[in-house]
Structures are given as C-alpha cells and as structure tokens.
Design a protein. Sequence first.
Length: 346
Amino acid sequence: MWMLKRSPIDHDLIIDKHMNIYVVFGSIHPPGRVYAYLKYISHPIKQDKNFLTSIWRYATKDLYRVLRRYSAEEVSEVLDRYSVKKFYDIVYGVEMPYLSYEDIYVHLTPEERLREIYYNPRDELELITAETIDHIRSYVNISLKDIGVGGSLLGGFHNTTYSDIDLVVYGATNACSIYETSNLFLESLKDQELEVWIRNQISLHNINFNTAREMYHVYRRGVFKKKYVTFTFPSDPRNYPSRYMSRPIRCVGAKIQIEERQCKALQYPGEAYIDKILETDVSDQYVRSQLKKLFIYEGSFSPLLFKGGVFKITGSIQKAYDFETNEEYYVLVLGSRECKTEIFRV
C-alpha cells in the first residue's frame, strides 16, 4: 500500500513493489503521480546482467545500479530499457517518467533519515556522516531540519567502504551559504582526482577543459575524513500546476550575460534570470525580447552560472506562463534530452 510522507521533493527515494529504487525528479508533481528516474533494480534484464555488479542490498534483495552516469541521455536510455511509464506534463513541456501512487511501496525522505543517522549512527560511515554535519554546522548557521542524506545512505543500503556521503540541503539561501563556505569544511579534489573529475565532465557534456575546470567546486565533490562528500540543493516545492511550459520549440544559440550570485541557480532544477541578451539566432523580435530565464537541468553547470558573467550557450527554447505571477515569458533550457547543451564563458 502506497504512502507519501510529504510532498515529493527532488532526491527523495521511492521504492516500488518490485524493490526497484527510483530517485525523485524535481519538486512539482501532479496528483496521483511522482516524477522519478530509475537508479537501482533488484532483477536486471538479460542484456544488463553482463556488466552489472551488486555491492548493495535492500532488505533481502541484491541491488544493481543501472544508472551509471548522470546525464539526460543516460537517464532516457535506462527509462526506455526498463519500460518506465511516461506522461506528457504541462509544467515541463516534455514527457516525464513517473510512478503512480499505487506503485509506491516506500517513500524515503532525506531529512528524516539524516535525523536517524545523526542521533543513532549504526556503522562507521554513518558516524562520519554525523561528524560531517557537526563540522559543517560549526561554519554555517543552518538548521538540522534543512539537511538530509541522499543516495545509498538514504536507502540504508550503503557500503561502508565504497559509498559516498551525499548531503541534501533545502532552501536557496542555505544553498548559497554552503557554496560560499564549503571550502572551509571540505578538502578540494587535487591532482589526479581532480583531473579525473574534469575529464568526466568533458566526456559527459562535450565542453572544453577550461569550462570543465571552472565547473568544479568543492561542494560538488569534496573530502572529509577520507570520504567523498557531495551536496545537492533541491528546488523549493510548488503547487501543481504552478506554471505552463510549451513543448521545446527548437535549439537556439545565444550569447548572454548572467548576474552573479543567483542562489536558485544552485538548486535542482535550477533557475537564473538573463540580465542581457548580447547575441542570439532567435529571429522573432518578440520572442527575443521575452527570453527572460535559464532553466537548468544539469547540476554541473550550476557553479559556473552562479558566478555570473557572459556565456555562449546552446539550449532548447520554450514558452512559459507562471500561474502564480500571471507572467508570460520564454526560457532557455539547459541539460534536457531534447537539445544538446553547449556552454562556455566568453
């Protein structure tokens, strides 16, 4: 029998009746459905058995990670391979993978699991996680209720040797605070580890070395007590439907100026206001004049855009209408499967 503990928020975990594990996408969901992508399965299909190994267990089931890399293309491929249900949604303007409420067996929330770990750590990784939280809060004024754990720690199926500490922080202001202080409480990747991280970004996003290097920030992957620590900042929950989005119109290129320190650019999915359009291949003058925002569906771009400046960007353009503000505008969407994003600083 399904049960949601609260409104679903990005990076919650959903376990279905077959013990497959999904990661919640975004913080706007329609009645009766939760948008989520498949990450772990208990029964791999035949074509996957050759390359999947399991270092995780949930209850009595071995778990296999089918999502190996975080990219729009990889997520889409996994969803198709495992026939995950999809639904065209007016909030996003694209088909979204979803679970119906009746498919849900367990809903796991990061903040509840963090409290369990913090007050009663049961193994070495959980103890280091609790120490990490104390260490962070000695530098940042953040309430414990605004912090959670994600990934295998959230599911309780972490491997004490191999699993990272994935932290989830709620609220745009808190995201800014973590960004601006994380170099004080985490060690940055260095030398070969940093080189590997940069090369992975180049491979994933078809960007140059300098762009990939600037995309690295310690909050994306740092070290505390020899454990890798990452932060995710979910977007704030909104009522459904809070906005309307058209289907992607086409891929466009633009040279734009972004104002620095927009805290919502750090969240996922992220948003950033366009300060000025310097060049674009959008010929329609009205559309060009109403191109107001970036929607960011690739978290790796967030540190770059948060710094602000002038960028050349390729993304898909969509028309938006905000029901809460009665505002109509156009957005440039980055990191979607409908258009291969390109980005570099000018």
